[in-house]
Write a protein that binds this ligand. Structure first.
Ligand code: ADP
Length: 660
């Protein structure tokens, strides 16, 4: 027996030494001027126990609010669950008396009823080092507190039984429950929970479920029991306490405990332990250790300050809340409409909803339909907008065309009236001369030339109108023949010189090539060249310069007509090829024209599969470039012969504008 005592004392000594190392100190904040409070915390369990850890965290937070003090915190773990027995308790008490001499501790805090029972008698024992030290507690069952300790010395939070709330929760979420597995640790705490549950199930659960007590500290035992208990659809599990592996005595993490239980039973798991709150259970009525810790810190400080705080504090712990873990609602197929509004939902993301599945789907469907409707409406709106834009554009184009036509008709009537008047006047002059018998041959010749020239102007206008209409209807045909384009262009150039001379314009013809044979319609190409030269002469002031060049570029003939004329604004360069387009009326009136010349030029070049480009600088001059692909065609000479055609005749027609 003596030996056993020795072993116990030795064990207790080792334990105390280990636990002394676990002292939590706020010493790094110690300030010589601040009063320091030495607080001894007594835990029943071991270091790492979750509930006690939450309490400690809350305590530290609470103490840190009182920055006018320093706190020196000593924590002891009694490890009652593993040891137990009166001798063990006595030996631990002895060691504690040795370890904490009188005056070394200012306040004691017992975290639960086992720790409370361990020390309560020492507070009133004059021989103890703990005599008369302010004694704070939490989690103590008020009904079982038979201590005679004066209320002025001890104060704390009596634990409140939240089992009734838990049973209510189970009744709501699993109204058909028939079996309850009570998985409890083998301790006073486990026992108290089991007792409370059995008290309420009979009275508060409709079907008076069968209770299966699984009271053990070892997970292996839990598994064994669960294997033998039928896993029905109306079974729920209640877990209380913490569990170990039998061999290693290692404590399981809460998450692992719950997962193992889930493996052997599919029923919803409930717990009132803060420990299991986020470890995969469905829910429970739970005190948060952290919150209690903060309360206790305040009580300890006020107690040490000597304040009378009995009235200030509720003597029971703060009301526990009922929680549900959102993540497990689906897993346990909970009908969300059974979740009352006072229940706190944990782990629910802001976009997640508690609505029943069908309503959720309905809402999603409505949202999808609304989105589709909005999308269709937007699409429709954009289409309408686009349509009205296209319509407006079309309308604008039509208006522009109409304006062009009106301008054209105004110009055309002017164009027609002028030569007609001139012809009529000339005819009158000849008539008068003939009647007066003063026949001056020179006057008559000049007047006849005027008539001829103005007839050419009329011819040019009518030719252009015919060509433009046939090009529009696709009837404009060319007669291709392999020709030396250098000669063809040069001929047109030569025919234009006399017209340039009228304005003293210098004409330069420039090419390295004597011969470039390609299939062209001579008449049309000469019309093109004459048209460009006619414009160049028209829009170049007296004594200006016109340069015509022929070149070969990438199997194309390039014909370039460059002048030192008035130029064309850059933003109008594309427009000049449009039918009837003429630059500003005031400018164009200076030179006669109908605004169709370049349009026909472009049509002719297009029919030759070529292209036309223009560059111009206002006040400096313009440069037109034509590119015609070089190709030879196999065609019989006779079939393609152009009869009755003369470049000078064409020139007279094309240049008719210039002579007024
Ligand atoms: P028009 O018969 O009026 O000359 P065109 O179709 O030949 O008609 O030319 C269209 C317009 O382009 C002309 O009214 C004129 O404003 C401009 N234009 C054409 N060639 C030149 C040029 N070499 N220099 C300046 N402006 C030119």
């Amino acid at each position: 027996m003596k030996n056993i005592n020795k072993v116990m004392i030795l064990f207790a000594m080792i334990f105390i030494i280990v636990s002394a190392n676990s002292t939590i100190s706020l010493g790094d904040k110690l300030d010589n001027n601040k009063p320091t409070f030495n607080v001894l915390i007594i835990n029943s369990y071991h270091q790492g126990h979750y509930w006690e850890r939450y309490i400690s965290e809350g305590l530290n937070d609470g103490f840190s609010e009182f920055y006018e003090y320093d706190f020196n915190i000593q924590t002891e773990y009694l490890d009652f669950k593993n040891q137990g027995g009166k001798k063990y308790i006595d030996s631990v008490m002895n060691m504690m008396e040795n370890k904490y001499p009188k005056g070394s501790i200012d306040a004691i805090y017992a975290v639960d009823d086992e720790a409370y029972n361990f020390l309560r008698n020492k507070i009133i024992d004059e021989n103890s080092n703990f005599y008369d030290i302010p004694f704070v507690f939490s989690g103590v069952n008020k009904d079982e507190d038979s201590t005679k300790v004066d209320d002025s010395l001890k104060i704390g939070l009596y634990g409140e039984d939240d089992t009734f709330e838990l049973i209510k929760l189970i009744q709501n979420l699993n109204p058909e429950v028939e079996n309850i597995n009570l998985i409890m640790e083998d301790s006073d705490y486990g026992e108290s929970i089991a007792t409370a549950i059995s008290k309420f199930t009979n009275t508060h659960i409709k079907k008076k479920p069968k209770l299966n007590y699984i009271k053990t500290n070892y997970i292996e035992n839990i598994v064994q029991r669960l294997i033998h208990i039928q896993d029905t659809k109306n079974t729920v599990n209640i877990v209380a306490g913490e569990f170990q592996y039998e061999d290693s005595k290692k404590y399981l993490k809460p998450y692992d405990t719950i997962n193992i239980i889930k493996k052997y039973n599919s029923g919803s798991i409930y717990s009132n332990d803060n420990t299991y709150l986020d470890a995969g259970i469905l829910g429970g009525c739970i005190d948060l250790g952290r919150v209690q810790g903060e309360y206790i810190a305040e009580i300890i400080v006020y107690k040490m300050e000597g304040k009378n705080i009995i009235d200030k504090y509720p003597i029971v712990e703060p009301k526990a809340n009922t929680y549900i873990n959102f993540n497990t609602i689906k897993e346990y197929k909970v009908n969300t409409k059974d979740i009352s509004s006072d229940i706190i939902i944990r782990n629910k993301k802001f976009y997640e909803t508690l609505l029943p599945k069908e309503i959720g789907y309905g809402i999603v469907l409505i949202l999808i339909l609304i989105s589709i409707a909005v999308l269709l409406w937007v699409q429709d709106y954009l289409k309408m907008k686009k349509l009205s834009l296209v319509q407006r554009q079309k309308q604008k184009e039509k208006e522009d065309r109409d304006n062009l036509k009106t301008d054209f008709i105004v110009n055309l009537s002017h164009e027609l009236r002028t030569p007609i008047n001139i012809i009529r006047n000339s005819a009158n002059i000849i008539n008068i001369k003939l009647e007066s018998k003063e026949i001056d041959k020179d006057v008559i010749r000049d007047t006849l030339e005027i008539i001829s020239n103005n007839s050419c102007r009329l011819l040019k206008i009518s030719n252009n109108i015919i060509d433009i209409t046939s090009a529009e209807s696709g009837l404009f045909k060319i007669k291709l023949k392999n020709e030396n384009i250098v000669d063809v262009v040069e001929e047109a150039f030569c025919a234009s010189i006399k017209f340039a001379n009228i304005k003293n314009i210098e004409m330069i013809f420039d090419t390295e090539y004597e011969e470039i044979i390609t299939a062209i319609d001579i008449e049309q190409i000469q019309r093109v060249v004459l048209n460009l030269l006619s414009n160049a002469i028209k829009y170049t002031n007296d004594y200006g310069k016109i340069h015509l060049g022929i070149n070969k570029i990438n199997n194309n003939v390039e014909i370039k007509v460059k002048d030192t004329g008035i130029g064309i604004p850059k933003d109008k360069l594309d427009n000049i090829f449009y039918r009837f387009y003429q630059l500003d009326y005031s400018t164009t009136r200076i030179n006669e024209g109908s605004g169709i010349g370049l349009c026909i030029v472009k049509d002719i070049i297009n029919i030759h599969n070529g292209k036309i480009e223009v560059e111009s600088d206002m006040g400096i001059g313009s440069c037109f470039r034509i590119y015609i692909p070089i190709k030879n065609i196999d065609i019989k000479e006779n079939e393609s012969k152009v009869v009755g055609y003369d470049v000078n005749t064409i020139a007279s027609v094309e240049m008719a504008d210039i002579i007024r």
